[in-house]
Design a protein around this ligand. Structure first.
Ligand code: ZN
Length: 143
């Protein structure tokens, strides 16, 4: 069911402050930025081998990222695992009594189907299931 690590999500106070660290110091290919209105976040993506690093900046104080930074400070926010079928993966998790944040998939950054497990059921690690088309994986391209 799980194919690989899709990306690591990192909560940041400021994309413009942190982008140079990943792009210039670490030298990771910068794939671009986009705003996910529904989540009230602005996302910057970097390629890291077959996976990506996703920086998340809140666009509003009501954003889940703003709330996360308020309580825990900036840093590692979630891991995202590739699945073949996001709806099926969430359904299977529910059947196995895993608490879910998303009962059904929604559309996340890059237009992919995503769904989050509740960190109380994943031992403190906020975990995202993401369904990405194969072509994305093979070419390693983002937006
Ligand atoms: Zn993510």
């Amino acid at each position: 069911m799980i194919k690989k690590l899709s990306h690591i999500g990192i909560a940041v106070r400021s994309l413009s402050e942190q982008i140079p660290y990943y792009r210039d110091f670490l030298g990771l290919p910068y794939l671009g930025e986009e705003t996910v209105e529904e989540q009230k976040v602005r996302v910057a993506l970097f390629q890291l081998g077959e996976s990506r690093i996703e920086l998340l900046e809140a666009t509003s104080p009501e954003s889940p990222i703003a709330k996360f930074i308020e309580t825990k400070g900036p840093g590692l926010h979630h891991i995202a695992l590739n699945v073949d079928d996001c709806a099926a993966a969430l359904k299977k998790a529910a059947e196995e009594h895993i608490r879910l944040i998303d009962q059904t998939p929604r559309i996340g950054a890059e237009g992919f189907k995503i769904g989050f497990l509740h960190p109380k059921s994943s031992f403190g690690v906020l975990t995202e299931f993401i369904e990405e088309p194969e072509i994305h994986n093979e070419k390693g391209q983002g937006i």
